[in-house]
Ligand binder design. Structure first.
Ligand SMILES: CSC[C@H]1O[C@H](OP(=O)(O)O)[C@H](O)[C@@H]1O
Length: 368
């Protein structure tokens, strides 16, 4: 996508040195557009853990480059396996991270050490190109849903949660891809942007993305979505996801489940956008089998922002001594999901629906 007319992806290899990795520091957006240069796998791991880089497909792609960085200095089996394990341990919920690392290991293990660094950069580049293409396809399939709602030129009000935009992927985004395409096509779309406590990815990142692209949007408190649905102000909910089970259960940012309940209670279609790299074919029961990341309590007790003097600050919002819990994701059961928007098309949130689009994964039930 473009920032002030300049095309960007969310991760890229330095054009001059050909090996260092660049990302946007997403903890500084929307108030500062800081580009970080990563030169070691440890810096990649830190960027993922601290959410300087985040978004299920993107952390997989950046972790792939983290392996490539490691192999520049040492390409033996020990370095390969230990670096892979370190990167895989950064965040537990998004399956894309494990998928990307497993793909890199499959590609690199058979190679002679001398061949591994170049092959790692090439494979990470393929992962990026594929993610961008998959998300563009998700946009095209999701666009059909928005065209149907926009029939007769009516405004389409979309609610989204967290950030599943281009900055959460290599490019295009998942939940936001159809919205960009609908807006660019001239459809009258408006987005209710859940702030998405506690990290405020919606207020900080989705609002920044949509505003940069000129898409009409309104930031709302997380708790306002149900009210808007009750009053007919939401035509569709589209969210991203960090892991979908083979039975269609959806892990996504904390609060997604509550939106799905409100949507069901108000007959609002609830769609989930994802590339097939987000499907975990080895699990079926999302509530019991998907690990939910527990993040620092300080993300709940403190909030970041910009003060009146223009300084980016963090302030405490709870009394000293109050405890806080911070589960970062929840699982929406498939029964609450209207359908899934993938790069191969839309399908019901069921195993049969997924296999209708991805028959090659039938044997995956035994695990990846
Ligand atoms: C296409 S991004 C999918 C997913 O990832 C985000 O999680 P986080 O911000 O913690 O990396 C969020 O759950 C998005 O919906």
């Amino acid at each position: 996508m473009k920032i002030n007319g300049t095309p960007y992806r969310s991760v890229w290899v330095d054009e001059k040195d050909g090996w260092s990795i660049h990302i946007f520091d997403q903890t500084r957006l929307p108030f500062a557009l800081d580009i970080l240069t990563l030169v070691t796998p440890e810096e990649v791991a830190h960027a993922i853990c601290t959410m300087q880089v985040r978004g299920a497909p993107l952390i997989g792609a950046v972790a792939a480059y983290g392996l490539a960085l490691a192999l520049r200095s040492s390409a033996n089996d020990t370095t390969l396996e230990q670096t892979a394990a370190m990167l895989a341990a950064t965040r537990p919920t998004a399956i894309n991270l494990r998928w990307a690392i497993e793909r890199m290991l499959t590609r690199l293990r058979p190679l002679a050490p001398a061949e591994r660094a170049a092959a790692a950069y090439a494979e990470a580049g393929l992962i990026c190109d594929e993610d961008a293409a998959q998300n563009e396809a998700i946009g095209r399939h999701g666009l059909e849903l928005l065209r149907a709602l926009a029939a007769g030129g009516r405004r389409v009000n979309i609610l989204t949660h967290c950030n599943a935009g281009w900055i959460a992927t290599v490019d295009w985004g998942t939940a936001l891809a159809p919205i960009y395409m609908a807006h660019d096509e001239g459809l009258d779309v408006h987005v209710w942007v859940d702030e998405t406590r506690p990290r405020n990815q919606g207020a900080a990142l989705t609002a920044w993305e949509l505003g940069s692209h000129g898409v009409p949007h309104t930031v709302i408190a997380d708790n306002a979505g149900g009210h808007l649905m009750q009053h007919g102000q939401v035509d569709i909910v589209i969210v991203g996801t960090d892991r979908v089970t083979r039975s269609g259960d959806v892990a996504n940012k904390i609060g997604t489940y509550l939106k799905a309940l409100a949507a069901r209670d108000n007959d609002v279609p609830f769609w989930v956008a994802l590339p097939s790299t987000t499907i975990d074919w080895t699990v079926s029961d999302g509530i019991r089998e998907i690990p939910i990341e527990e993040r620092a309590a300080s993300e709940v007790t403190h909030v970041g922002g910009r003060d009146d003097a223009g300084n980016i600050v963090r302030v405490q919002i709870t009394p000293d001594g109050s405890r806080a819990a911070n589960p970062a994701f929840d699982v929406t059961p498939a029964r609450l999901v209207t359908g899934l928007i993938t790069e191969k098309g839309c399908c019901p949130a069921t195993q049969a629906g997924l296999l209708s689009l991805f028959p090659e994964f039938g044997q995956k039930e035994q695990g990846i």
